[in-house]
Structures are given as structure tokens and as C-alpha cells.
Design a protein around this ligand. Structure first.
Ligand code: DX5
Ligand code: ZN
Length: 219
């Protein structure tokens, strides 16, 4: 099953409520929430108060992407505030198994994310312990960057490893995804598609429809 996950990093925060309503009404099920700490990535985005407001406003599945050093410090609080899944970076955490297990025990879906320069094999030891792997297709920290084409091979190897192990793990991609490169990413094995600028810039309802057309073809 393919899922579109618009990233609120690209939202107009003065219009966030209305934009969330529009996303939900468009038949989207998932919302990507980018938390940045100014340490793991250079930028700072938003945190607990925004997550709490978003949770109150929408029933969308909240997919929290922690671009945060030592994310284990925040798992309990983010789950309490209404996250549905928490994705931690393989590069940012020294106690990955324990943190993933904590997310699961609190009722969350578990994700592990990997940066473009980290070899994909680094997530292989965790495949049995996650619901999703997030392959960063830009350097994390900012929206609106260009897709790094070398990531396509990482997606293919990851999908093939998941298949070889007989697992059912979602493959999420994040960064620089547009209508023009969507199909090749789906073909490579991605099934959860994060998109910020390509959905929020211009006519959102129209953009979402165009993404859905490609994502639903052949499903
Ligand atoms: C980047 C974030 C992304 C970002 C994607 O660090 O993790 O989720 O919002 O934005 P676009 O789709 O504009 O590249
Ligand atoms: Zn993200």
C-alpha cells in the first residue's frame, strides 16, 4: 500500500489548521512532522507545542521524524502528545534497539531513518525491529532541496533486503520528491512518500490529486 505523507515543514504556519483540514479532506491519511534540534541538523523547526496542536486538530496519522541527537530523551513525551509513529536516525542514537522497543511498548510504530551518506547496510540489523525505514533523499535539515539521484540504488537494495528476509516493512523517502521523480521511486520500492514543497506550494488540493493519481495507478 502506498501512502502520501505531506510534510508540515512546508506549511504556512499562520494557516496550519486550514491546511490540515484540506489535507484530510483530500483523502490523505498520513502527515509528516519534522522535528529538528539545531544539533543533529543545523536548523531548528518546531517541537512539543506544535505537535500537541496538530494532534487536537486532525485525525491524520502523525509520522514524527526526529532529526534530533539522542532522540530517546523525547520518545515518551512525543507519544504522550499524540505521535502515531516515531522515526529516529541511525546516526543519532546509541541505544537504538532499546529506543525502538520503547516506542513499540507505548503503542507507536517504529521507524529508523538514514542519511544520504550513510551506507544502507547500517539499517539492516534493525529490519526485524521496525515498521518503517526512512531513506533521506536530501541532506536533512531543510525543505525545498534537490533529490540526490544516488539514493535510488539505496532504496532498491533496502527493498530487496526486506523481501529476502520475508518482512513487511514500509520504505519511506523524504526530500526532493516531485511529480517528475515519483514513479521511479515507487518502482525502486518506496511506498511512503514524504513531500513538502511539491504539495504546499501553489494549489494544494490540485498537487495532492496529481500525486495520488501516480501513487494509486496499478494498486
Ligand atoms: C528535510 C525534511 C523533509 C522536508 C521535505 O530535512 O526531513 O521532510 O520537509 O521537503 P521537500 O519535499 O520540500 O524536499
Ligand atoms: Zn522528514
Amino acid at each position: 500500500m502506498n501512502y502520501l505523507a505531506p510534510s508540515i515543514l512546508a506549511a504556512d504556519f499562520c494557516e496550519l489548521g486550514a491546511q490540515l483540514d484540506l489535507i484530510e479532506q483530500s483523502g490523505v491519511q498520513c502527515l509528516h512532522v519534522d522535528v529538528m534540534d539545531g544539533m543533529f541538523v543545523p536548523s531548528i523547526s518546531f517541537g512539543m507545542p506544535v505537535l500537541a496542536c496538530v494532534r487536537k486538530r486532525t485525525k491524520l496519522f502523525l509520522d514524527v521524524h526526529m532529526m534530533v541527537e539522542r532522540p530517546e530523551r523525547y520518545v515518551d513525551e512525543f507519544m504522550r502528545l499524540g505521535a502515531d509513529s516515531i522515526t529516529i536516525h541511525v546516526e543519532a542514537c546509541d541505544c537504538i534497539y532499546k529506543t525502538l522497543e520503547r516506542i513499540r511498548s507505548l503503542g507507536g510504530k517504529r521507524g529508523i531513518a538514514i542519511n544520504p551518506e550513510t551506507p544502507i547496510e547500517h539499517v539492516f540489523p534493525y529490519l526485524e525491529n521496525v515498521d518503517m525505514v526512512l531513506v533521506m533523499t536530501v541532506h536533512p535539515g531543510f525543505g525545498g532541496q534537490s533529490y540526490i539521484p544516488e539514493c535510488l540504488d539505496k532504496i532498491r537494495s533496502l527493498r530487496s533486503e526486506i523481501h529476502k528476509k520475508g518482512l513487511s516493512v514500509d520504505v519511506e523517502i523524504d526530500g526532493g520528491v516531485r511529480l517528475e521523480n515519483l514513479k521511479e521511486n515507487l518502482d525502486a520500492g518506496a511506498n511512503v512518500i514524504v513531500t513538502g514543497s511539491a504539495v504546499f506550494q501553489g494549489d494544494m488540493a490540485h498537487n495532492i490529486k496529481e500525486f495520488q493519481k501516480i501513487m494509486n495507478a496499478g494498486q
